[in-house]
Design a protein around this ligand. Structure first.
Ligand SMILES: Nc1ncnc2c1ncn2[C@@H]1O[C@H](COP(=O)(O)OP(=O)(O)OP(=O)(O)O)[C@@H](O)[C@H]1O
Ligand SMILES: [Mg+2]
Length: 420
């Protein structure tokens, strides 16, 4: 079935863990071989809050994808998000010997000098240094400076950093679930690969992934990333509000939201109502759908306003006028696109789901899979290979070393060891 190698990705989301096994077809498209979706436990707003639950959820999602693909997953590209993510645009400069061609060492040095300009506290790590563009002798907009002649080369870089502890906790959960973490990728960076068209990122676009715990943002301009961030408000807060205000269970609120929720509050008449069971009294109560829509609208307004504030602080709000793409499970309520457009300068807004998928596209058509597919596309671009190798992961290695000591070495030397 799979002639060449295959790749795997794990989107460690707040509501679900999604594992994807894929193969890059000769056409360059991704064929989806396996998808494993499992509710995520032990994660909140992108960070692990319960290690044991997180490991179990990852294991179950991975096994489901392995079963569907009939392939073992040795390593995977894993997503990272959360309010601990910070991004900045920085510039690095090198002098090129006058009249000389720019070499790959010059380019590397310019990128390195940009990173050196980022003062990073010891508890943070850089996860991406994404090239926005280069400037030669002050002229910006150069995409490929190699071989060009100049006396000065500037690299404009988008640097993304994350809290080292949060990164490690996600990686440890995945490794303990038996999968080597090949790379950790910022989720909106991955998602953009799956949902944005090339001309959209050339023209300028704001990508909003409204998930369960976080709304991830990425701004693209002139074909490159210009800003990224995460807001800790998304679909789960909408469900939480419905549960609290209607006094019903979270599970019932989630079902009511998906089945009857809309963001069109003023289009409902009072006869349009839903029966719900109140917590405590267990009484059936009639709730107008207009009230549910009011609750949804209030949170969505907050999500869009926080997005505007985030973009304004980064000096990126102008990009909104070129267009907005919404994705993620939380972007699916009817009326969400219209509301986003109303609040953000009447800009064109569309719903984005994964593109560039060949066989198995129907399995990942919902916007909840956009990040997982994006991570797989990232892995494919970097020529990753998910098959288990003979080289064990760090945790496997430690386990093997321990068992070798216990079974082979300890018995032979036990009479030399002190007794405890
Ligand atoms: N059909 C739907 N209509 C409305 N909301 C939906 C629908 N399907 C899913 N959601 C909501 O989308 C959210 C989950 O989206 P998604 O799967 O993209 O999040 P996640 O990746 O698990 O979380 P995060 O990205 O924040 O870590 C939940 O709040 C859920 O209620
Ligand atoms: Mg997500």
């Amino acid at each position: 079935m799979v002639d060449g190698g295959y790749i795997a990705s794990i989107d460690v989301g707040t509501t679900k863990i999604c594992t994807i096994v894929a193969h890059v077809a000769a056409s360059g498209q991704l064929d989806i071989l396996g998808v494993g979706l499992h509710p995520s436990r032990g994660l909140r707003e992108g960070v692990v809050v319960d290690h044991a639950h997180a490991v179990k959820s990852v294991q179950q999602s991975v096994s489901a994808a392995e079963r569907m693909a009939q392939l073992p997953i040795g390593g995977a590209y894993v997503g990272v998000t959360g309010a601990h993510i910070k991004s900045r645009n920085v510039t690095g400069r090198v002098r090129v010997a006058s009249g000389d061609e720019i070499t790959s060492e010059d380019v590397e040095q310019a990128i390195q000098s940009a990173c050196d300009n980022v003062a990073l506290p010891h508890d943070r790590e850089i996860i991406h240094t994404l090239v926005r563009d280069f400037a030669i002798d002050g002229q910006r907009g150069v995409k490929r400076p190699l071989g060009m002649h100049a006396s000065r080369l500037d690299a404009n870089i988008h640097v993304v950093s994350a809290a080292a502890g949060a990164l490690r906790n996600v990686a440890a959960a995945v490794e303990e679930a038996g999968v080597e973490v090949q790379k950790q990728i910022l989720e909106p960076v991955a998602t953009s690969l799956a949902v944005l068209a090339e001309d959209e990122s050339d023209l300028g676009v704001v990508l909003m992934d409204i998930g369960g715990g976080t709304t991830d943002l990425a701004v693209f301009a002139n074909g490159a990333i210009a800003h990224s961030g995460a807001i800790p408000v998304a679909g789960n807060q909408i469900t939480g509000d419905i549960a609290k205000l209607l006094r019903i269970s979270y599970e019932q609120a989630e079902q009511v939201k998906k089945q009857f929720g809309t963001a069109f509050a003023n289009m409902m008449n009072d006869d349009d109502a839903v029966l719900v069971e109140e917590i405590g009294t267990r009484e059936q109560v009639r709730v107008p759908r207009g009230l549910i829509a009011d609750i949804i609208q209030a949170r969505l307004v907050e999500i869009f306003q926080l997005t505007i504030e985030n973009l304004q602080q980064a000096g990126m709000y102008d990009t909104v006028t070129s267009g907005v793409v919404l994705t993620g499970g939380g972007s699916q309520l009817p009326g969400t696109l219209e509301m986003a457009s109303d609040i953000m300068e009447n800009t064109p807004v569309r719903l984005g789901s994964a593109r560039g998928v060949g066989r198995g596209a129907n399995r990942v058509a919902s916007p909840i899979y956009a990040t997982g597919v994006g991570l797989a596309l990232y892995a494919a671009e970097e020529g990753a290979d998910a098959s288990p190798t003979s080289a064990p992961s760090y945790l496997e290695w430690v386990e093997k070393a321990r068992s070798w000591w216990r079974t082979r070495v300890q018995p032979r030397i036990s009479h030399y060891l002190p007794e405890f």
